[in-house]
Design a protein around this ligand. Structure first.
Ligand code: ZN
Length: 263
């Protein structure tokens, strides 16, 4: 584990995906749980940094993709930690919904049979009742606030620790090879909504460190980098010029005639 801010660590040995540890008064909060075979690895990494498994009190899942909830079952069983997900994303964990690829993307359609097979077998979403359903704007006791950032998935969240200046972006944006980028289009069914989410992240003030779901952590001036990225990939939609409102049946008021000055 690598410390990326005071009391915040990056589990940087998972390879493809990231997970993070956030320490506060009650213990540790784990943000995301890696791929399905990485639960034990995450527990070992946390122990290797001098903590006990029982120190993990909370697990927050940014979104229901197998590379983010993969180790959840193992870690929850080992720790008894409370599990938090967004209220919408919780539907996936209750087994009611499946996560589809983007069916408007040509590769998404081609990939559909394989994706369905994997989601029903190897990458099955663990059925569980989350302990807390979080919503946008919620401020958690651990000092993190919840930002609903849909687009990649409907109940995707980012987490912002304002006092420490750390933003966990999940897959709302990723930082492959040190370059901010969008998550893969094939797995992002609502790209326009994702852009709104990216603008939302760019509006935050006081972001020093950005901790993405994939790629490297930005250690300094992350807010500036995110604003520049948002400007490039998600410029605000142009506003249509507003037409002057007309009320039918209501005669326009005649313009007041200029009054002649007297005296
Ligand atoms: Zn991911």
């Amino acid at each position: 584990m690598k410390e990326i801010a005071e009391n915040v660590w990056h589990i940087d040995t998972l390879g493809y995906v990231n997970a993070y540890v956030w320490r506060w008064e009650e213990g540790l909060t784990l943000i995301d749980t890696g791929l399905p075979w990485q639960g034990k690895h995450i527990l070992k990494a946390i122990e290797g940094a001098g903590f006990k498994v029982g120190d993990i009190r909370e697990i927050i899942i940014t979104h229901a993709d197998f590379d983010h909830y993969g180790g959840l079952r193992v870690i929850r069983e080992a720790t008894g930690a409370r599990v938090y997900v967004h209220a919408i994303e919780a539907m996936f964990f209750k087994g009611r919904w499946r996560r589809w690829p983007n069916l408007r993307h040509p590769l998404g359609v081609l990939y559909l049979p394989l994706h369905t097979l994997l989601m029903l077998t190897l990458f099955r979403i663990p059925r569980l009742n989350p302990d807390l359903l979080v919503v946008d704007g919620e401020e958690l006791d651990n000092g993190l606030s919840v930002l609903h950032t849909p687009g990649h998935t409907p109940g995707h969240i980012a987490l912002f620790g304002k006092e420490r200046g750390v933003l966990f972006t999940g897959d709302a944006l990723v930082n492959w090879r040190g370059k901010l980028s969008l998550p893969p289009a094939m797995f992002t069914p609502q790209p326009d909504i994702l852009k709104q989410s990216i603008r939302k992240l760019a509006r935050l003030r006081g972001v020093e460190v950005a901790a993405p779901g994939h790629g490297s952590v930005i250690r300094e001036k992350a807010g500036e980098a995110i604003r520049a990225f948002a400007k490039k990939v998600a410029p605000p939609p142009k506003r249509r010029p507003r037409k002057a409102p007309t009320r039918e049946g209501v005669p326009r008021q005649p313009k007041a005639k200029p009054t002649s000055k007297s005296g």
